[in-house]
Design a protein around this ligand. Structure first.
Ligand code: MIC
Ligand code: SF4
Length: 645
């Protein structure tokens, strides 16, 4: 039967389940990646699983998120990660080597391979035709232990690209266009497969920008074909051996097709506070800009930085603008250093930041109060820059460079600047010395744990009757940044009791204290939420810390894929309203009861949640399959693994 690329790769890796859209399947994972902010917990969980080595073709541990190192905590995490990598057979990418997704694309991503990463932007590797999926740390730990990954067989949307990008229109505009069509909600369980004659006009880094930011739509992943452009990219990275051609069969069947004429696109911008608020840049022309940040895993490739350097060369940014440039990898930084482009950036007044996530995750470079900050990253949630009153706009590096020069949002087509032309290099500078391979003999390697690193906390089995209270009621599109802030709080990732003090910090700072009071008097905390709860990051702390505070259920209009899986992994029952209007009738402090939880869940029908305060019943559907139901009943995945072994 004719198949699309995603279908082929899923079938190649199928280890169980029925390949029907929406039905859970198990897929074998070839490669894993972690980054430090999710990785420490993931490796603690891996250690708790008791295996003596990883069971993947390749596992890489990156350090890119917490590199400011204010205090000892992050450095302790880095040391732990380095030692645990050596102990269990994992490649360690040292701090300074770059952002996980950029480095993985350059050095490891393989057409046709499956990649599971504890970061939501893992789909970046779809740019070379890998089936790359983001997940919580515990799912990645399990994959490292050799357990196939469970995911719903996707509903595949074909995106047929025609035409060619006009001058000043970029890959960022393609993905912003996709966001304007699909929005950031309602796409759980879908997968975007790119196809059509427009594909060959896009370089691998351009494709990777598109698959990277596809994460913001909430799809499981995005994938491009692997063609001659891919082969040239891999050859230039001195790894042509990893090439494998991948194309959809002509008659392949898709859920639906979206056609995007690249020639008809224009420069776009995402406005505060959601990547889905997309507008033509021209409609915002003249908006004053205080800060421009170029970088992040979406747009920090060699071509991106060469483009910016080309536009800034010989010019000076005005006093009203602060320009930050963070190259995506050491490879990029070494290349722009060697060819002089770095000097052009510095000459124009750019502040060069470390090759890391940095500004993207609020690790430094917080803008001034009420600032307008234009960034090439993928998320503009409120407060993510570190300044709650700031307005984050997202656009291409080209638009960023022009804004840095003019101090305002300007459509580059309305300037007399020459559109930059940067060719894909025939040869990248390959220097893997910052990638530490695990030693042959790992028996004498000691795992080093600093004082901030605690054991992953365990929950308890769900009780027979779940008696709880609505501890908080939140609206639509609550992101994991709302639930578990990053930025200056990131350094507590390895210390759950401390990090839990900041759950819902920007939404209701009284939540942790109230939740602990309920927990300590034996009352379960229930979170009531609107649509698309848990958007954004893969951070499992958005489940672990609520679990620690005694949250046992989330009752929402809808829950995003990775977050729903994280809730299950930490013993929190994910429920969605059968009737979305029931959301309106629930209020904070309402007392809720679920009788005979296990029996109701195993019966497979709707679950009745009794609202004792309002004296009415609410019907809900549990987002569980057979296995995840038992996991949640056991009190989470680690408890389940212990009891089922
Ligand atoms: C993000 O972009 O939000 C992060 C920080 O990379 C997260 C991971 C994390 O919270 O550690 C992600 O995208 O998964
Ligand atoms: Fe890092 Fe930002 Fe990419 Fe997340 S989105 S991996 S914080 S650069």
């Amino acid at each position: 039967m004719a198949q699309g690329i995603a279908e082929k790769l899923l079938h190649d890796h199928l280890a169980g389940g029925t390949p029907e859209p929406g039905s859970p399947v198990q897929i074998r994972i070839d490669q894993t990646l972690t980054q430090d902010a999710t990785g420490t917990m993931a490796y603690l969980e891996f250690e708790a699983l008791g295996r003596d080595r990883v069971h993947t073709d390749l596992s890489v541990s990156y350090v890119d998120h917490n590199t400011l190192q204010e205090g000892f905590e992050n450095a302790d995490d880095h040391r732990y990660l380095q030692s645990v990598a050596a102990k269990y057979g994992i490649v360690f990418s040292r701090p300074g080597n770059g952002i996980c997704h950029q480095v993985h694309l350059e050095r490891f991503a393989r057409p046709g391979a499956t990649l599971l990463g504890s970061d939501s932007h893992t789909p970046t590797a779809g740019g070379v035709g890998a089936l790359a999926i983001g997940a919580g740390g515990l799912d990645v730990a399990l994959a490292m232990a050799g357990t196939p990954f469970t995911v719903a067989w996707p509903r595949v949307i074909r995106v047929a690209l025609t035409g060619e990008l006009p001058a000043w229109v970029t890959a960022k505009d393609v993905v912003l266009h996709m966001l304007s069509v699909l929005s950031t909600k309602g796409n759980v369980g879908c997968l975007l497969e790119y196809d059509g004659p427009g594909v060959r006009t896009l370089s691998v880094p351009q494709r990777a920008t598109i698959t990277n930011m596809g994460a913001e739509t909430g799809v499981t992943t995005s994938v491009f074909p692997s063609d001659e452009v891919t082969r040239r990219f891999l050859r230039a990275q001195a790894r042509e051996d990893d090439f494998r051609a991948l194309a959809a069969d002509p008659q392949a069947d898709y859920e639906r097709t979206l056609t995007v004429d690249l020639s008809g696109l224009e420069p776009l911008v995402a406005t505060p506070h959601s990547p889905g608020n997309v507008q033509p840049l021209r409609s915002l022309a003249g908006t004053k800009v205080d800060q421009v940040c170029i970088g992040s895993c979406t747009n920090s490739s060699y071509q991106d930085l060469m483009t910016v350097a080309g536009l800034l060369k010989g010019r000076t940014i005005p006093p009203s603008v602060s320009l930050v440039v963070a190259p995506g990898s050491r490879q990029v930084l070494q290349m722009i250093t060697a060819n002089g482009a770095l000097a052009d950036l510095i000459g124009a007044g750019a502040r060069i930041a470390e090759t890391a996530c940095g500004f993207c995750i609020g690790q430094g470079h917080a803008p001034r109060s009420n600032a307008v900050t234009l960034r090439t990253s993928n998320r503009n949630f409120q407060g993510r820059s570190g300044t709650p009153s700031a307005q984050i706009f997202l656009a291409s590096p080209e638009v960023g460079a022009v804004a840095a020069l003019t101090g305002e949002l300007v459509d580059p087509r309305d300037t007399d600047l020459e559109p930059p032309r940067v060719e894909a290099p025939a040869k990248f500078l390959v220097d893997d010395r910052m990638l530490l391979r695990p030693p042959e003999d790992r028996s004498s390697v000691e795992v080093v744990r600093g004082p901030n690193i605690g054991d992953p906390p365990l929950s308890e089995p769900l009780p027979e009757t779940l008696a709880g209270v609505v501890a908080i009621k939140v609206g639509d599109k609550i992101t994991t940044d709302h639930i578990m802030p990053a930025g200056s709080r990131l350094k507590y990732r390895s210390n759950v009791p401390k990090y839990a003090e900041f759950v819902f910090e920007g939404v209701d700072p009284t939540f942790p204290e109230r939740a602990v009071q309920n927990r300590d008097r034996g009352v379960a905390n229930v979170i009531v939420a609107g649509e698309s709860y848990g958007q954004g990051s893969s951070r499992e702390h958005a489940a672990i810390c609520p679990m620690y505070l005694g949250v046992r259920a989330v009752l929402a209009k809808s829950v995003e894929r990775i977050h729903a899986a994280n809730l299950v992994n930490f013993g929190i029952l994910p429920l969605v309203f059968e009737q979305p209007e029931d959301y309106d009738a629930l209020e904070p402090d309402d007392e809720l009861v679920i009788d005979s939880v296990a029996e109701q869940l195993r019966a497979g029908g709707p679950v009745t949640v009794r609202n004792r305060t309002k004296d009415r019943d609410v019907e809900a559907r549990a987002l569980l399959d057979e296995t995840s139901r038992e996991v949640v009943l056991a009190g989470g995945r680690l408890m389940y693994e212990r009891t089922s072994r």
